[in-house]
Design a protein around this ligand. Sequence first.
Ligand code: MG
Length: 384
Amino acid sequence: MVLLGATGSVGRSTVQVIREMEGGLVLQGLAAHSNVDAMFKLIQEFHPPAVCMVAPEAARALRDRMQDAGVEGSRVLDGPEGLVELAALPEADIVLCAIVGIGGLPAVLSAVDAGKDVALASKEVLVCAGDLVMRAVAARGVRIIPVDSEHSAVFQCIQHRGESEIRKIYLTASGGPFRTMSGERMRQVTVEDALRHPSWNMGPKITIDSATLMNKGLEVIEAHHLFRLPFDRIGVIVHPQSVIHSLVELVDGAVLAQLGVPDMRHPIQYALTYPHRHPASLPALDLASIGALEFEPPDIERFPCLGAAYQAGRAGGTAPAVLNAANEVAVGAFLGSRITFAGIPQIVDRVMQAHEVTTGPNLEEILRADDWARKEATKWLLKD
Ligand code: MG
């Protein structure tokens, strides 16, 4: 396999899964953005034939480090071109993409074109370019296996069933740290408050997205492409315990759910061993000690990002890419304490309002829309 985004949150969990599989998975390639220390350690442990540092200065630092230490045998690629090359390595059968943001898109397309299955953790890839990617997947006869826990759950419940047997799917949402907070108080939350996720331990960007429910909105768009379902057949249900990872309602009224402890190593391992099951040493789900599972509808008034994502998804074309890019800029500004928590949906809304949707966009048009949205969002930041 090839692992893209090896030093991030999902990447680190993936490395744990690979270790535990004791040689069942062989790393042919590893990519990271700029964390030279972490990449150097991974090279010493796994000896991959090729690695890539997306930041060219990090690639130079890594080459120097390897030369000084006398570490040989791993070719060091760099830049976005290196990432695309790594994703198409002939030795690999499957590429796990866990790069945060749209940066993983060209690499995923490269892997698909090279005839590889893709275990996909980067939801932005399908959010921004779902039609394009799924067309390429169908043309090459490869598979996208979801790593996002909700989509993995749906994937596990659906199995071989066709779209005509499915009435609706429900993605579960923990509701984030502000689930029970009044709209008034939510206006005063700090970055630390928002980073305190109740059930999942993730990177900062996705943790803020979980607090705004934008993460769930992006997941709705991702599900639309993965499972080829219209938006009115994709629901969201808030479930604070994060034990049920998602549900599938079949046309006969039966509802299937996938349950487990909230740990990314579960969906990661399943994506990498699919269609087989491999023993794992993760803690078992202890329902008796959990006691009760709760559910409630999402509150679109307090969490406008969820509604904005449905709207962008229905608009299609470049709209989801613009939504995603504007949100990324807004979340970055919030993390840097430049805007308030309530400012995030405001920036997203302003950029969406100003966008003229291009339908059926190609890769270049998607990347251009992404770029435009970032500039537009930054403009609004400077105005406020
Ligand atoms: Mg998820």
